[in-house]
Design a protein around this ligand. Structure first.
Ligand SMILES: [Zn+2]
Length: 453
């Protein structure tokens, strides 16, 4: 006889909705919580500095234990992890867990061109990430029996696997439609009547158009909650998609390296602004630093997100620099009043995504702000290229309702005002851009830079 000791289902236990926490001993005061998180991060740094082959030579924890000394430990980069995985395949020297204890393996998509980083999870790590992801689904009102249309494909990338595990741990009814064509997804939406749809912002627009094409106007569908991840958006975009679906919008920020943040109850639109994405209390020690000075930024300021994840012991990380450009929100700054720090919703960008157009540094988000500020414009695509005469040209294809000439003029004026650039604008009939969206969880860049130099 063989007794198998594989993984039991993750049991979630009692949930503290205010703190986004699972343990009653987790501090509730913001100052005490930060100190508790920092202390836990230090203990990890000490453990890995002594025993982990990857960190043994990198970490020299000093005797003092404050935030400044912690910053002085330096960062781990994507390049470090990718090289470690390449030098010690397949998991890297950081991963010291016995293969018999691995319960999940995820890797980064490799779309950055840097190669893939691989992460193994043991059962404790799996429980930790499921609890972290469950926080946001619970905040979005998902409970036992809630129908969820999960449009992310489930492969070896983290998002689909972790969402699916967390939703099933809650007891939601998951309709995992990721691999199917959009038309089939609409049929399944009609058949199973889910209350929640999870996908990228652009894919939710694609699905809305497909619903309309199939004679199922999204606002008349069963869907009451939308959860998006993977792409920046603006307040006008959020309001428009909520109206289109007749639903409340929530957002998740997440990366494979376990920096995770979620919209709090009530949705992402808080009055006349987008609220915060909060870091669940027990998920890690989060820092937002100025990438030049490495000093922490103040509330409302922009910097790079750095994460020391908790409950990631099989493939540990200390101060992983995400490359994500975020706006820091201090504890209590979100209109909900939660004592949890976070980042501004809708605004996460990659530092890699900065464009240089006619010698000017431009962030894709400034185009988002400019274009979506024009009423009725629901989506756009931008292209930068060099014409035969050597001129750098910027073209925006936007879609919206109303007179095309007037819309084009309004978009052009708005981009000039916000980004300081003259652009050519072409207005497309509604639904054109959505129909061009490929299937699946593709992190679509609205802007393509074809300039080669
Ligand atoms: Zn909040």
């Amino acid at each position: 006889m063989t007794t198998l000791t594989g993984d039991p289902e993750v049991r979630l236990g009692a949930f503290d909705e205010w703190m986004g926490a699972w343990s009653p001993s987790t501090p509730r005061d913001p100052g005490e919580l930060t100190a508790w998180q920092l202390d836990r991060a230090w203990r990890q740094a000490e453990t890995f500095g002594q025993g982990n082959p990857f960190y043994r030579d990198r970490l020299r924890p000093p005797p003092q234990r404050d935030a400044e000394a912690y910053r002085a430990l330096g960062v781990t980069t994507k390049q470090d992890v990718v090289e470690d995985c390449a030098d010690h395949p397949p998991y890297g020297s950081r991963t010291v867990v016995d293969t018999a204890d691995i319960r999940m393996v995820v890797h980064t998509s490799g779309t950055s061109g840097q190669g893939m980083a691989v992460y193994a999870l043991d059962s404790a790590d799996l429980e930790a990430i499921v609890r972290t992801e469950a926080v946001g689904f619970l905040w979005a009102g998902i409970r036992e029996g809630t129908g969820v249309l999960l449009t992310l494909p489930i492969g070896m990338t983290a998002a689909g696997l972790w969402y699916s595990s967390a939703l099933r741990a809650i007891g939601a009814n998951v309709f995992s439609v990721g691999p199917y064509p959009t038309e089939r997804k609409v049929e399944l939406l009609r058949q199973f009547q889910p209350e929640v749809v999870v996908g990228t912002p652009t894919y939710l627009q694609r699905l809305a158009v497909a619903c309309e094409d199939a004679g199922l106007p999204p606002e008349t569908s069963s869907v009451k909650t939308l959860i998006v991840a993977g792409q920046a958006f603006s307040l006008p975009w959020a309001l428009a998609i909520e109206t289109r679906w007749g639903a409340t919008l929530y957002e998740q920020y997440g990366c494979t390296e376990r920096a995770i943040a979620w919209t709090c109850p009530g949705g992402v639109v808080k009055g006349d602004s987008l609220g915060a994405l909060h870091f669940p209390a027990e998920s890690g020690y989060y820092e937002v630093i100025d990438p030049d000075s490495s000093e922490p930024v103040g509330h409302g300021e922009i910097g790079e997100l750095v994460i020391t994840p908790f409950g990631a012991d099989a493939s540990p990380l200390i101060r992983y620099a995400t490359g994500d450009r975020v706006r820091w929100m201090a504890p209590g700054a979100c209109p909900c009043g939660r004592p949890l720090a976070g980042i501004a919703a809708g605004e996460v960008e990659r530092y890699d995504d900065m464009m240089k157009i006619r010698g000017v540094n431009v962030w894709p988000a400034s185009f988002d702000r400019a274009v979506f500020a024009v009423e009725t414009v629901s989506d756009y695509r931008g292209r930068v290229w060099v014409d035969d005469d050597g001129n750098e040209r910027v073209e925006i294809r936007a879609e919206g309702e109303g007179d095309h000439d007037a819309l084009a003029e309004a978009v052009s004026a708005s981009v000039h005002r916000v980004a300081g650039l003259r652009v050519e604008v072409k207005i497309e009939p509604a639904g054109t851009l959505a129909r061009e969206v490929p299937e699946g969880f593709v992190k679509i860049k609205r802007f393509q830079v074809e300039t080669l130099r």
